[in-house]
Design a protein around this ligand. Structure first.
Ligand code: DGL
Length: 278
């Protein structure tokens, strides 16, 4: 038997996204912190967030943040670039628990990676409209030339399981063309769905372009925050994970397995009215 000189914190970590894209972030969290419990909420009933007005997305994110806090989570991960762009400051002001988004770790990694100081961004319309990436990149290096590009076709194609299709290849080539013409050497994949098409993106951009995505950096930030705040679980246990969706639990299971690359047993349904109550 082992003894610890500090208390363990049994509360789960809350993670949310508009759909299953955030499971790419959850996957890294489960690998980095296998001893922690996680609860993941996908807001499928209102997916996609990308084309919606920022105010509306902010309202959704605030409901979900409050709902997760009521469930007793110890930290909230906003595993959605659009929701992070629209609502991170409000969530951090309103919730009692720490809130971590996916944008700052990517901006930081891109500034470190670029050699010619020309950085591109591929993201949803909402993320591009919010300009948070540009602000963060320029706060770290004001001399960087930044090229943001909204890619509205990608999320519907990825959600529709079109990963091997000609259409996704054509869409990626179309979006990559102006960024390549701009001479960027680093591209931020500013949407939690895009790691699913990373091989296509890497082929189109070539090895000399650095593709930055947030899952690894975000998981590291979550682990460090839990450690520094004394919120960690005992390292000797294996954690559990639980799934909630506002949409159809059966389709979440099918899609989710592909994004998570780990088994998904049960998926619970949450109504929008329950979220609104929180
Ligand atoms: N999860 C969103 C993001 O990371 C993409 C999907 C959506 O538009 O809702 O930006």
């Amino acid at each position: 038997m082992r003894f610890y000189n500090r208390a363990v914190d049994p509360r789960p970590v809350g993670v949310f996204d508009s759909g299953v894209g955030g499971l790419t972030v959850l996957h890294e969290c489960l690998v980095t912190m296998p001893h922690e419990d996680f609860v993941y909420l996908g807001d499928h009933a209102r997916l996609p967030y990308g084309p919606r007005p920022l105010d509306e997305i902010r309202g959704f994110a605030r409901e979900i943040g409050a709902f997760l806090e009521r469930l007793g989570v110890k930290l909230v991960v906003v595993a959605c670039n659009t929701a992070t762009s629209a609502a991170l400051p409000q969530l951090q002001e309103e919730l009692r628990v720490p809130v971590i988004g996916v944008i700052a770790p990517e901006a930081h990694a891109a500034v470190q990676a670029t050699r010619n100081r020309r950085v591109g961004l591929m993201a949803t319309e909402g993320t591009v409209a919010a300009s948070r990436y540009a602000e963060l990149v320029h706060a770290l290096d004001a001399g960087i030339e930044f090229f943001p590009l909204a890619c509205p076709e990608l999320v519907p194609l990825i959600e529709a399981d079109e990963l091997d299709s000609e259409r996704i290849d054509a869409a990626v080539r179309g979006y990559a063309a102006p960024l390549k013409r701009a001479g960027v050497d680093t591209v931020i994949l500013g949407c939690t769905h895009y790691p699913l098409v990373q091989p296509t993106l890497q082929r189109v951009f070539g090895r000399s372009t650095t593709l930055v995505f947030s899952a690894v950096e975000t998981a590291r930030e979550v682990a460090e925050t839990l450690a520094k705040k004394g919120f960690e679980q005992s390292p000797d246990r294996e954690g559990d994970y639980r799934f909630l969706t506002t949409g159809d639990p059966a389709s979440f299971r099918v899609m989710g397995k592909r994004f998570l690359q780990l088994p998904i047993r049960e998926v619970e349904h949450v109504t929008l009215a329950e979220l609104a109550l929180a």
